[in-house]
Design a protein around this ligand. Structure first.
Ligand code: THU
Length: 161
């Protein structure tokens, strides 16, 4: 038996003001997308903004449904929109802003497992890492360099043979 440790570098910023300008701008786009979220059931608002290799920014937000599972997370709304509109342009960074209408979120929410898997698909397809930046309403901002950091041992197409 062998033990393997998996670790990754997580950048922790005290606030949005500490972000590099381009990341801060992208987060502003995520925040503006978040404000248009359709989340009457959870009261949880999420916005995602994707910076593409051609400099374009594509936004998405969570879309809920009375039939709960029919809804979709902000990250997947944004990434599918980006992939549909620019199938051959790499995705550089995804900024995610999450808040609740029920309480003050003082820490970031990391993307759910389904969204990590969806982002991972495009990271593998483009053979280049997709960075993720996360923020709540207040408090720390987190950044990782690649979705594989937060989805170790991901399922991928090689398993399909
Ligand atoms: N949600 C997202 O948009 N992204 C995530 O990564 C986690 C959850 C949305 C889905 C649903 O509309 C609400 O937040 C509560 O789960």
């Amino acid at each position: 038996m062998e033990k393997r440790n998996i670790s990754f570098e997580l950048l922790v910023y005290n606030s949005r003001e500490e972000l590099e300008e381009k990341d801060s701008k992208l987060m502003e786009a995520a925040i503006s997308a978040r404000k248009k979220a359709y989340s009457p059931y959870s009261n949880f608002e999420v916005g995602a903004a994707i910076l593409l290799g051609n400099g374009e920014v594509v936004q998405g937000n969570n879309q809920e449904n009375a039939c709960y599972p029919a809804g979709l997370c902000a990250e997947r709304v944004a990434i599918y929109y980006a992939a549909a509109k620019y199938p051959h342009v790499p995705i550089v960074t995804i900024a995610i802003s999450a808040t609740s209408r029920n309480y003050v979120m003082d820490k970031p929410a990391a993307p759910c497992g389904n969204c990590r898997q969806s982002i991972s698909e495009y990271e593998i397809k483009q053979k280049a890492p997709i960075a993720i930046i996360m923020t709540g309403e207040t408090g720390e901002v987190l950044k990782c360099h690649s979705v594989s950091d937060i989805l170790p041992l991901a399922f991928n197409s090689t398993f399909l043979g």
